[in-house]
Every structure is written in structure tokens, then in C-alpha cells.
Design a protein around this ligand. Structure first.
Ligand code: TRP
Ligand code: SF4
Length: 401
């Protein structure tokens, strides 16, 4: 698989995951792992940026989160599952990138001020917190990830990453013998392709022909007998810059989960309206039975309106057309009660969670297995991270060989 098709995403260890995470993020990960080379990691250093004063919960949250990932089907034989702090290469790249990152870029990231205001009880006027998005950039760039699945709130961080990569390539992608090396690389593509490549490059650089650029990039992609560094060189050469050492990633926007919380707001731990993946099924049943409905239905005989009821949002996710029709008609005519209406949702949520909980239970009983999975994932991630770091050091003149 091509390196630009690597997918990378991370989650801060927040403890037990809930249905919102499952429907919003994890199902997407499970799908992506079959399509791309995936790297999924627990961002424990990122947790420190806000929780540095009390680190006691972090480790347990990490293991719990990994168990939840595995239980929903993230598969360590297709994706690399690891913990950020077990791959210290992230930290070295963060440090190196920090040297050339203007303070203003970090101060302008919207989450910086937003979070400081939201978490007023903590002192977030720290160096680490300011660096949060740059650490995230290092997480992404160290794997040369092409695609980063994130929610809306993280898009600005991927944008910053693109700028940081561009700046890095601009500063350090200029080798003294760049032109010669590029020429030699072009020749390796064979006579016909070399000629075509040069023609397309001229069309792009002289006439701004973006189609020619795209065709030339596709041509590069299809070349079997050039090395990875030659390919990067030629990507840069095409666009008139130097060598591209750290490719710019693309955010893969994960649509906001439609999963409502028990009160109809977005499902979120801070609203206390969640159904955790590992809640007891009987507790889930109670939560759903007691969740609010259309306030107009005071008595069983009062008609209601599904549009004003959070239970309806669950039907939109879990129920068939037929059941939904039954709900709409029954609610508006008061021919069904709210408890009747909730039953298919209760059944569907429990059906969905039963196999997940069974798998989670197995993992809970095998802590050594979890540690082993994370250890192996971290080692596999390190192999890739070390290679990038070698290139970065070399480009910066720090290889001491
Ligand atoms: N900041 C992300 C969040 O809060 C977590 C994260 C850390 C991340 N590093 C990342 C996400 C790299 C994607 C890529 O959700
Ligand atoms: Fe909500 Fe269903 Fe009750 Fe209507 S019948 S108010 S949709 S729970």
C-alpha cells in the first residue's frame, strides 16, 4: 500500500467509551482498517496537557479504552494499535518541529482559548498545553499519514499540521544536488515515462495546468522501480519546490455522530447522558425506560409528536421503516404508550451491545494479552517512526554519520 494512504488517528484516554464513540468514530475505524494501513493510538501525552496535576486515572483509562477498541472490532492484525508514550519518536519530532513553529500559529488555533475558557478550574497557561496541536502534528507526520479521520473540532489541528509540514519541507527539503538527483530519478522511469513526466511538469509550471500536475502525480504513483525518497523528490520537483520529506495530510472529516444522548442532546460524558459500551444491560434498560419523552404526553391518552422526543432519535438509528411508521402513527394517535415505544429501542441497543460486551469480558480477563497487543503495536509503529525520524535528522543535518 502507498504511504500516502496511511491512516492515523488518536483518542485521548477518557475512560469508558459510549455509544456516541461507537457510532461516531469506532465504526469508521473498523471500516477503514480494511481499506488502508491504519495506525490507531491512545494519546496519553495529550491527556497530560490538561490532566497533569492528577495523573492517577490515566493508565487505567488507557487499558479500558484499548479493550473497548478491541471489543468493537478494531483488529490488531490489520491496524497498529499503540500508546503514544510507548513511541518516544513522537516526542523527538515534536521538539524538532517546535524550533521552527511560530508562537502565533499555536496561539491562533481556536481550541487553545476555547479550552482554557472551558476548563477554568485548571491552569492551562502552560508550555505543554500551547504545544498540544504541534504534538498532534508530530503524531501525524511521524507516520507520513495521508488521511486523518477526525471530528469537526480537530480539523484546525490538521490544518496546522499541513502548514508545519510545508514549512519543514521548505526549510529542509533543499539538497545542494537536488536538481541532479531529480534528473537521475526521472531517468529511472524509462525513456517514454521520463519524457511524458517532463512534458507534464512544464505544462504545470509554465501554464499552471493542474490537470497535467494530477496526471504527473498519478504517473509517479504508478512507478514500480523508483525508491521512496526519489518519489518524494519528484513530487517536490513537480511543484517547483524541494524534496517533500513530510507530506501534508488530509483531514477525513467524520460526520458528527447522530447518536443522541438520553436527554436528546449530543451524547457526551460531560452531559451525563451516556450509554457506555460496558454498562450492564439491565442498567441500560432502566436508563432507556426512564429517559424523557415528548413533554406533551403527560398522560397515556395524550397524543405526542416524535419530532419533539429524544426516543425518536434512537428509532432513527436503530429501527426499520416499519417500526418507525408504527411509532409515528401510534404516538400521534396515542394508541401506543411511551414504554411500548421504547421497547424496540431497548431490544436493539441490547442486541448491538451483547456481542461487544462478551468480547470485552474476554479481554478484561486477559490483561497480559492486552499488554502484548499494545506492545507489538507500539513496536510496529516505532519501526515506521524511526525511519521518518532518520530522514528528518538527515535533512536537518543532525545524522552524525
Ligand atoms: N486531539 C485529538 C482529540 O482530542 C486526539 C489526537 C491526538 C489525535 N493526536 C492525534 C487525533 C493525531 C488525530 C491525529 O480527539
Ligand atoms: Fe416519544 Fe415514542 Fe412516547 Fe412518542 S410514543 S413521545 S415517540 S417515546
Amino acid at each position: 500500500m502507498e504511504s500516502h494512504q496511511r491512516v492515523l488517528s488518536g483518542m485521548r484516554p477518557t475512560g469508558a467509551l459510549h455509544l456516541g464513540h461507537y457510532h461516531g468514530v469506532l465504526r469508521n475505524w473498523v471500516k477503514l482498517q480494511h481499506e488502508f494501513e491504519c495506525f490507531f493510538f491512545v494519546a496519553d501525552w495529550h491527556a497530560l496537557t490538561t490532566d497533569y496535576a492528577d495523573t492517577s486515572g490515566i493508565e487505567a483509562s488507557v487499558w479500558d479504552m484499548v479493550i473497548d477498541w478491541l471489543a468493537v472490532g478494531v483488529d490488531p492484525s490489520s491496524a497498529k494499535i499503540f500508546v503514544q508514550s510507548q513511541v518516544p519518536e513522537h516526542a523527538e519530532l515534536h521538539l524538532l518541529l517546535s524550533m521552527a513553529t511560530p508562537l502565533g500559529w499555536l496561539e491562533r488555533v481556536p481550541s487553545y482559548k476555547d479550552q482554557q475558557e472551558k476548563l477554568r478550574d485548571r491552569d492551562l497557561a502552560t508550555y505543554g498545553f500551547l504545544g498540544y496541536p504541534l504534538l498532534q502534528s508530530a503524531d501525524i507526520l511521524i507516520y507520513k499519514a495521508g488521511k486523518v479521520p477526525v471530528g469537526e473540532d480537530q480539523v484546525a489541528h490538521v490544518e496546522l499540521t499541513r502548514e508545519v509540514a510545508r514549512r519543514f519541507n521548505h526549510l529542509y527539503g533543499r539538497e545542494s544536488d537536488f536538481e541532479q538527483k531529480a534528473d537521475a530519478a526521472i531517468k529511472k522511469m524509462g525513456k517514454k515515462n521520463s519524457k511524458l513526466f517532463n512534458k507534464l511538469r512544464n505544462q504545470y509550471q509554465e501554464q499552471g495546468d493542474h490537470e497535467a500536475l494530477a496526471v504527473a502525480q498519478a504517473l509517479l504513483e504508478s512507478q514500480q522501480n523508483i525508491t521512496l525518497s526519489d518519489r518524494e523528490r519528484l513530487y517536490g520537483y513537480l511543484e517547483g519546490g524541494g524534496r517533500i520529506i513530510l507530506p501534508e495530510p488530509q483531514a477525513l472529516l467524520t460526520k458528527a455522530s447522530k447518536m443522541p444522548g438520553l436527554d436528546g442532546q449530543k451524547m457526551s460524558k460531560s452531559y451525563g447522558n451516556t450509554i457506555s459500551l460496558r454498562d450492564d444491560l439491565s442498567a441500560i434498560e432502566t436508563k432507556l425506560r426512564t429517559m424523557p419523552t415528548d413533554p406533551a404526553r403527560v398522560r397515556r391518552t395524550d397524543p405526542g409528536d416524535p419530532a419533539k422526543c429524544p426516543v425518536w432519535q434512537f428509532h432513527e438509528i436503530y429501527s426499520s421503516d416499519e417500526t418507525r411508521k408504527w411509532v409515528v402513527e401510534g404516538c400521534r394517535s396515542a394508541s401506543i404508550g411511551c414504554i411500548d415505544c421504547k421497547q424496540p429501542v431497548i431490544d436493539a441497543v441490547c442486541e448491538e451491545l451483547k456481542p461487544i460486551q462478551a468480547r470485552a469480558q474476554e479481554y478484561v480477563g486477559q490483561p497480559d494479552l492486552i499488554r502484548d497487543i499494545v506492545h507489538r503495536g507500539s513496536e510496529a509503529a516505532r519501526d515506521v517512526a524511526r525511519d521518518t525520524l532518520d530522514e528528518v535528522r538527515r535533512a536537518m543535518g543532525l545524522s552524525y554519520k
